[in-house]
Design a protein around this ligand. Sequence first.
Ligand code: IPE
Ligand code: IPE
Ligand code: MG
Length: 247
Amino acid sequence: MSLLEQIDKDRLPQHIAVIMDGNGRWAKEQGKLRVFGHQNGVRAVRDTVEGAVEAGISFLTLYAFSTENWNRPKFEVTALMELLVSTINKETKTLMDNEVRLNAIGNLSALPAKCYQQLQEAIKKTSGNRKCTLTLALSYSSRWEIVEAARKLGEQIKLGILDPKDISEEMFSTQLTTGGMPDPELMIRTSGEHRISNYLLYQLAYSELYFTQKLWPDFRREDLFEAIIDYQKRERRFGMTSEQVKN
Ligand code: IPE
Ligand code: IPE
Ligand code: MG
């Protein structure tokens, strides 16, 4: 039985979040510049998106560039932004063929104009696609989005259009950049690092975390399927006892 066939279609995670990590180390292993790793990460993105569609995943969120990544050497940041523009351009067809809707979260106004424009075009072009929503986290940091949400709510209170009593967990989550999406049931990080790196801190509260040693450029749909199969073997208890969950 193939890995895809081993996935229980009745117990799929609706939303999978990924920290695509290890591009630099992948390149270094081959005596190449870090940027070579980023270039080779594109194929992994395409394969993962297609795999997510094949498996029936409704939401896939990929961490592509963090707020902290702006602190990398200028050469690398510029190369990453250029790669983003050319990739979005080239891959829009893949998104259309697979009926994937593109979305982006993060402080997008910090992106170079060309990048922002290209992104908006692809978002518009794919907006009618319904199979899967692919969200790119770009210039994203979770603390940034939580503080932004708090600020927006503060402004509404100041204007007298919001009563602090009406702020609930549910309402608060709609103010985050992922508002309207279910929380990720599964979060995958490649490259063997065991940390969250400022990613979806609020949304990952009860997510199952899956770590793999694979470096991002080597990640393929089979690795995604393996992660889903592993997730399906777990018992999600949400604070309850195992007996409660089983009944
Ligand atoms: C992930 O790979 C891609 C981005 C953060 C943009 P890295 O560039 O972090 O690769 P490593 O972790 O240094 O190997
Ligand atoms: C997290 O990876 C951000 C992305 C994958 C875009 P990093 O490589 O930037 O994370 P740290 O610095 O190792 O925590
Ligand atoms: Mg890294």
